[in-house]
Design a protein around this ligand. Sequence first.
Ligand SMILES: *Cc1c(COP(=O)(O)O)cnc(C)c1O
Length: 359
Amino acid sequence: MRAFNFSAGPAMLPEAVMRKAQAEFLNWNNTGMSVMEMSHRSKEFMEVAHHMEATLREIMGIPSNYKVLFVHGGASLQFAGVPMNLTEADDVVDYVNTGVWSQKAIKEASRYVNVNEVAKAENSIPAPETWRLSPEAKYLHICQNETITGVEYQSAPISDKPIISDFSSTVLSRPINVSDYGVIYAGAQKNIGPAGLAIVVVREDLIGQARSDTPNLMNWQTYNDNESMFNTPATFSWYLAGLVFDWIKEQGGVDAIGEVNQRKSKKLYDLIDASDFFYNEVDPSVRSWMNVTFKLKNADLDAAFLEESKAAGLLSLKGHKAYGGMRASIYNAMPEEGVDALVQFMKTLKRNTPDNSRP
Ligand SMILES: *Cc1c(COP(=O)(O)O)cnc(C)c1O
């Protein structure tokens, strides 16, 4: 039996997708071979690739003046890729620091360009009026959803500069307006599919400005000119991502999925807020729909909580070591029943502990 796996990433994939992949694992589409055994340049695989991009464009509502690139190196390579593609070494760029992933992006970008940190917070997003923006900045970088604390922008900030956003842990989780952004990038292993690829959705005028010493495989132009096949892509990850995009469409797209995601997260936040045993530290106006963090008021009971939740089939609830406590990552593929089971588990623990000595 499959458990409810609250891992932050790699994370649960939709069961229907896994079953389909399993059924056609050895013999894809009557070709006599697995999709991972065929040439990436074959007609068959090119159809997989084109279908994947078309479906992503449709479910994400990507306008025609945006290019979709399927890239190597995860989201982390784009921490360097963004400045290399958009700046020269003496340029200035603005970054909002809302947590660990913002900080990693800042640290890497600082090796290539002058980074101005416009604001900093851990459990909230500082009010945009307070951001110390630099007039000459080439772009404004944000992390749309801080996976470790569970802090998420509920809409795009307003800026006259291109907004570059790390969407790794919230891509395709709710409707967004792609044209609010210059570049959206995301690693696959949270909401897209298995690890091994990342997507870059980039407004076409932002392609073609890379530094001359940018490695080919970091240059967005290379991907754009070669249908993301300058070299061999992670074909099996592409194929599975395509199945996940089909699945999202079947669910009614990001509008329908967004409603479910909001409801799933609210069930947990409502329980946590009403509880004497658990608390959440994030400003309620920017709480993540994807990563719900909570801490036990008595942290001595963390180990017992993890042991008992695991025994109940609720896996990977341990929070990131940089933040502590617990984290329920409830990406698109986490069924609502999984959240209901966690809520029930947390309530039962409460009922069994009249003396407050346990969670
Ligand atoms: C997981 C994550 C990353 C790192 O992704 P990789 O694909 O492993 O490089 C970057 N940013 C955010 C917000 C993440 O959640």
